[in-house]
Design a protein around this ligand. Structure first.
Ligand SMILES: [Zn+2]
Length: 445
């Protein structure tokens, strides 16, 4: 009942008609053939390029530098002449990446919050947010969920689970701080969710797994969502099994990023990890060239609805391969066969608190410029080592910035944090280079 009231309330928003239009479009698109879908994303990409060339100073200059105009870009090979975009490009060019025909004051400023330093600042206009909601909605509908359903987030450093804000009530959301967890925090959240009964639970895969383990230990069985959507960290098969057993529902893993908006890819009920190619143009490249299906390459994305601040050919720092076979569900959206993103462990601190290792990744990458690769390893509860590969900055300067960003995460726990710089961090065997690992066993006591 309240879901319909919420959906009705949303209709009052002028952007709602656009959101609904996008939802209908995405729903329709998914059943088109791969060729038709490719045609759709290519057309959207062309519109974005034209817009970026006309209205975005950074891209006008970039096109001039390579001696091309959007009309010259007729094939993917032409498109690949546009240089890749990095986090440092975004940082260094700031407002030059904003479209001049969009009012900056009306866009949402999205910066990583809660710390000092130079955050990576992104802006998004309301049309992008509408497409974002529509993309989320498609992924929820695959499992019987919908826009307006109750969603519990285990995510970021928000607040403790015991407080519910008015905005959360209106938006039908509940938040649990996903960075630091203890059995007490899980207990509060479990009690709240048991009463509130969410339709969808979403958040960091490894923290949701720990939450499921906690619920199993405590024999708490009254949280029964329609789906669990994990993200940020790949879920291992045994973790997926535990989550599905405890919540009695399927797990769908979503591939996303702060910069890309909601979704780059998500798993359908048949398990195919579909690229949302009508929302985000995805390239998988090795030595600058697109790879064949089954071959691993670097993920490069171009969000197709980000007209306020276009990010064209943005490097994700993840490695993936495309599947050669379509998914058995019949959807024409391309499928990722393998995704080797970030390895992210939980860190057990001396007090027994568990810290989400991705928190380090976030502050290091989003607040400290000039970092190419890093490795964060916990040797013992009180010993964490960060190794950086950097460019164009003095070692001392960057080490200090990284320390300054990471220390608050440790909340005065007696941990020796060492930061050093090396010339080259080799990729691991699995092709990863943003790696957060720990030798310390994770237990919830
Ligand atoms: Zn599928």
């Amino acid at each position: 009942m309240y879901k319909h009231l919420y959906q009705f309330m949303r209709l009052m928003k002028p952007s709602e008609f656009r959101t609904r239009k996008y939802i209908r479009e995405f729903e329709r698109n998914q059943w088109l053939s791969p060729e038709e879908l490719h045609q759709i994303s290519w057309q959207k990409l062309k519109i974005l390029l034209e817009h970026a060339y006309t209205h975005v100073p950074f891209y006008r200059q970039r096109f001039q530098e390579i001696g091309l105009t959007p009309q010259d870009i007729q094939t993917e090979k032409d498109f690949s002449q546009i240089p890749l975009l990095s986090k440092d490009d975004i940082r260094q060019n700031g407002d030059l990446l904003l479209a001049t025909n969009y009012d900056k004051s009306k866009m949402t400023r999205d910066a990583t919050s809660g710390s000092t330093g130079e955050p990576l600042v992104l802006y998004r206009a309301s049309d992008y947010s509408s497409a974002d909601i529509a993309a989320f909605t498609r992924s929820y509908r695959w499992f019987g969920g919908d826009m307006g359903d109750k969603i519990a987030w285990i995510w970021g450093r928000r607040q403790d689970g015991s407080r519910v804000t008015l905005m959360q009530r209106i938006k039908r959301e509940r938040w649990l701080d996903g960075y630091t967890v203890t059995p007490e925090i899980f207990q509060q959240f479990a009690q709240m969710l048991g009463r509130w009964k969410p339709t969808i639970i979403t958040g960091y895969g490894n923290v949701i797994y720990l939450f499921a383990e906690y619920l199993a230990q405590q024999n708490i069985r009254d949280i029964r969502p329609k789906m669990v959507q994990t993200t940020a960290v790949p879920v291992w098969p045994h973790e997926r099994e535990v989550i599905e057993k405890v919540f009695q529902c399927p797990v769908s893993d979503r591939y996303s990023s702060h910069e890309a908006g909601a979704i780059i890819a998500a798993e359908c009920p048949q398990g195919g990890k579909h690229i949302f190619s009508d929302f985000c143009f995805v390239e998988i490249l090795a030595d600058g060239r697109p790879v064949s299906p089954g071959e691993m390459g670097e993920v490069v994305i171009t969000p197709l609805y980000n007209f306020g601040m276009p990010l064209i050919r943005y490097r994700m720092a993840d490695i993936a391969a495309l599947a050669s076979q379509p998914c058995s569900c019949g959807r024409g959206l391309p499928v990722l066969q393998e995704l080797m993103g970030r390895t992210t462990s939980m860190f057990t601190l001396p007090s027994g608190k568990l810290l989400y290792g991705g928190a380090f990744r976030r502050v290091v990458l989003h607040y400290v410029p000039g970092i190419q690769r890093f490795r964060i390893h916990q040797h013992a509860p009180d010993k964490i080592e960060i190794v950086l590969q950097i460019k164009e900055r003095s070692n001392e300067d960057i080490i200090n910035s990284v320390r300054q960003q990471c220390l608050p995460l440790l909340e005065n726990e007696p941990v020796e944090l060492t930061v050093s710089v090396t010339d080259e961090i080799p990729m691991t065997a699995a092709g990863k280079f943003l790696v957060t690992t720990s030798d310390v066993p994770v237990t919830l006591n």
